[in-house]
Design a protein around this ligand. Structure first.
Ligand code: MN
Length: 314
């Protein structure tokens, strides 16, 4: 995905982990991509990071019989990984390394931007007529953010049995399992399915901060019914989470060690200084650094205007 509505200035994102368990609800902010509803869950002014997770868009559900609901022309990224995970439908990725792959339910598309990559994402001509998924970005830590760009696809992710359900481990380590997807700091992303009307128990690492998003179905947490596409920030210090299923909930569990670095986000860039953002923007506009995505049949996205405002020290 491309950040559809970037602010004209960079956004300063620092971790503000709650040391003890909390329950903060952040309803997704609705935008629209040519008829495809998208809910922005991160970053938000109230919370910008959960561990290294710095961006989360949830899109769909959408049923369509014609057209191309996802059509994001080539655009650049630096300093992050993009995690594309679908519940329904198909999205094809093409990038400036010449790699491609269709993401579909159960198949993770993971792109490491490092010092710079460009990609497009679109609904393929042959599709199931439905679309529902999430896209997440992981901020890369200082030691890894100039890593060479890479694209990985994983269709054999670990599955963990839980009291009251099961989970696919998309990224990171959880309960003795490790996702084969490459990660650069301690983190967790899991797609959790609860059995109908069961008590679902999720073991957690108390050193991580966590967040939970209900993607479909219904459930309660601490007696409170959860809303779909709302980010529930949970803080640190939890050893487990007990969710009461109502129907068969589908949940996204995110976690990570509190991210110690302050990052600057603008458009599709995760950086540390405005100078880096200016340089990346100029390189994209001049056709440098990022390469081309010849497999995409159309023009690339132009960079929006950027106002390099002094960034307050944090
Ligand atoms: Mn993108």
């Amino acid at each position: 995905m491309s950040n559809l509505a970037p602010a004209p200035t960079a956004e300063t994102c620092l971790g503000e982990p709650a040391a003890a368990p909390v329950l903060e609800a952040l309803p997704g902010r609705l935008t629209d991509l040519g008829g495809l509803p998208i809910r922005r869950l991160l970053p938000r002014s109230q919370r910008r990071l959960v561990g290294p997770w710095c961006f989360l868009d949830s899109y769909g559900p959408l049923t369509f019989s014609s057209g191309k609901p996802m059509d994001v022309a080539p655009h650049p990224h630096i300093g992050l990984q993009t995690v594309s995970w679908l519940l329904e439908g198909e999205v094809v990725h093409h990038d400036s390394l010449g790699l491609d792959g269709p993401a579909r339910p159960g198949v993770l598309n993971l792109m490491t931007a490092g010092r710079g990559i460009a990609h497009s994402e679109e609904t393929p001509p042959e599709n199931g007529g439905r679309l529902r998924g999430v896209q997440l970005w992981v901020a890369l830590p200082e030691a890894s953010r100039d890593a060479p760009p890479a694209f990985e696809q994983h269709s054999a992710l670990p599955v963990m049995g839980l009291d009251g359900g099961l989970a696919t481990l998309v990224m990171g380590q959880w309960g003795g399992l490790r996702s084969p997807a490459g990660a650069f700091s301690p983190l967790l992303a899991a797609d959790v399915s609860g059995w109908a009307d069961a008590r679902l128990v999720l073991p957690l690492d108390p050193g991580f901060e966590h967040a939970l998003v209900l993607l479909r179905g219904g459930c309660r947490l601490d007696g409170q019914p959860l809303s779909i596409d709302t980010l529930y920030y949970l803080g640190c210090g939890r050893r487990e989470l007990v969710v009461d299923s109502e129907g068969e909930p589908r949940l996204l569990l995110l976690g990570g060690a509190p991210f110690e670095e302050t990052v600057l986000m603008w458009w599709n860039f995760v950086a540390r200084t405005t100078e880096e953002i200016v340089a990346a923007r100029e390189d994209w506009e001049a056709g440098r650094r990022f390469g081309e995505v010849p497999a995409y049949g159309g023009p690339r996205l132009p960079a929006p205007p950027f106002v390099a405002r002094p960034v307050p020290r944090s």
